[in-house]
Design a protein around this ligand. Structure first.
Ligand SMILES: C[S@@+](CC[C@H](N)C(=O)[O-])C[C@H]1O[C@@H](n2cnc3c(N)ncnc32)[C@H](O)[C@@H]1O
Length: 219
């Protein structure tokens, strides 16, 4: 076991772990391990695209000491729970429009005081802007046809001038027909037009097929 190249994350071979904010508690049945008397949770890249992004060679974490984070497509909170481990002093706002998964997210937030779930449509940032305010890190993982536009709109509404973002682009939700490269190029153009500078592009294969991560800075 050793510290990884990403602060706060432990690595054993191809396995990643985050320090458990709630020792003794699992979020999705993950393995718990002890290292020097400290408990860590296994971070599954097959269930979390952020873990897949890091394992696929991300040069750095996609954020820099954020105090406020907006997470679009929080679902049951699998990935959000690892961000909650990594950023114990930040406020993490998790948006999802599904009432089905919202119960689990709400229950998770009762055990993790840095999580703030909001039941809302990510396509309508004006509905949650007053609650979320300005954020330093924007993360999006929603299977929408207009994913890049939704990300750019949320960035324009909430991302601070020194902020960063990460879009997990699900290409096959945009189109079934056109090549992956064409969809990625289109998303890059959308971002550039909206003043977002792309600093990293990375496939999430084999963990998530037809997914490409785009890391941005507010230019
Ligand atoms: C792939 S899952 C997210 C998994 C999660 N990011 C994780 O890693 O733990 C996609 C989620 O996006 C949500 N979603 C889809 N369209 C949405 C929208 N317009 N606004 C908010 N959430 C949306 C779905 O309800 C679903 O929970």
């Amino acid at each position: 076991m050793s510290q990884s190249e990403w602060p706060g994350i432990l690595r054993r071979g191809r396995e990643l772990y985050t320090r458990n904010l709630r020792p003794g508690e699992r979020v999705y049945g993950e393995e718990l391990i002890l290292e020097d008397g400290v408990e860590y949770r296994h971070w599954d890249p097959w269930r979390s695209k952020l873990a897949a992004y890091l394992l696929n060679g991300a040069p750095r974490l996609p954020y820099d000491h954020p105090r406020r984070v907006l997470y679009l497509g929080a679902a049951h909170g699998t990935t959000l729970s690892h961000l909650s481990d990594l950023l114990p002093d930040a406020q993490l706002f998790g948006i999802d429009k599904s009432a089905g998964s919202f119960g689990a997210l709400l229950a998770l937030s009762h055990r993790r005081p840095n999580l703030f779930p909001i039941l809302a449509d990510a396509q309508l940032p004006e509905r949650y802007l007053a609650d979320v305010g300005s954020v330093d890190f924007l993360y999006q993982d929603v299977a929408l046809r207009n994913q890049a536009d939704v990300f750019a709109e949320n960035a324009a509404a909430t991302l601070s001038h020194s902020g960063s973002g990460l879009l997990m682009l699900k290409v096959r939700s945009v189109t079934q027909r056109r090549p992956v490269e064409a969809v990625v190029a289109e998303s890059r153009t959308t971002f550039t037009r909206q003043g977002l500078r792309i600093v990293d592009q990375r496939s999430l294969a084999p963990f998530s097929r037809d997914h490409v991560a785009l890391a941005v800075l507010r230019a």
